[in-house]
Design a binder for this molecule. Sequence first.
Ligand code: GFB
Length: 319
Amino acid sequence: MQPAIMTPSARIYVAGHRGLVGSALVRRLEAEGFANLLTVGREDLDLRDQAAVNNWFQATRPDFVFMAVGTVGGILANVTRPAEFAYDNLVTYTTVVHAAHLSGVTKLLHLGSSCIYPRECPQPIKEEYLLTGPLESTNEPYAIAKIAGIKLCQAYRQQYGRRFISVVPANLYGPRDNFDLERAHVIPALIRKFHDARIADRREVVVWGTGRPRRGFLHADDVADACVFLMQRYEAGDHINVGAGEDLAVRDLAEAVRDVVHPAAELTFDSSKPDGMPRKLLDVGRLHALGWRHRIGLREGLERTYEWFLSHQEELQAS
Ligand code: GFB
């Protein structure tokens, strides 16, 4: 199949443009000179409303869709709001994929998540391990919605010949992340905790869990770069992993954040909090074979994210 190339005048819809990945995609696409970016806020379009989504697609006629939208959060948010994570995501992926089909979108890219793989997966995790074992319980509803998104894309490919693809990123972080401790993933949560401790002239910082789980991280600008790359070149129905090909223990991550934000701090581990999956390191062999590699190392990415956090204090306090 010939790749579907995004020309500079292509109409490109970034669903979720205010989020971590969506905002990175908008920055990336604007920097590349794509002039017809389409975005719409939740106050103007409820993506869980199929009729409204159909009407919006018919009116705006996107050629390409980056489905970077959804209800997301860290381990605690997944445990406390499983119904929202299931309903919002299952319905949103369904409405967007179906409307994209009805309106004849040229190509759509769905963003999965590394939590779709079985809890006890061999590592690094290859794409073919999907649905080979039970999921991690702390994020099962969210993972099932993400898997449903992948299967929807495949079903519309199979039945209608649609060019709908899925990418599965590592744990993401970067500017515009959620720094609210109830909702945050581990990196923004630790930035917030070390920052607050530094401002209060306090040394102790509490890290959830045992510190032993291992995670692979990828900066939002890198995932945006990979998504644009794959939109232009990847035509297969199988989902594809996107990551840096490296992981580290939460303890080592906490020490790295400490070094950037509050070097005098001391770590305490609260093992009453869940660890989640023991390890999530994506195998990125397929992606590397296509010629893509990440650019932003963890230390640089943490520094850039902390700079963003410092320069957006007012915005973060208002939200
Ligand atoms: O980033 P995180 O919430 O997501 O947590 P998951 C990663 C690890 O960091 C877990 C530990 O072992 C946490 O216990 N951790 C330590 C902390 N301190 C903190 C803290 O202050 N806040 C947070 N949030 N974690 C999510 C899934 O899993 O990852 C989602 O629930 C999704 O479904 C997302 O896949 C990418 O990697 O455990």
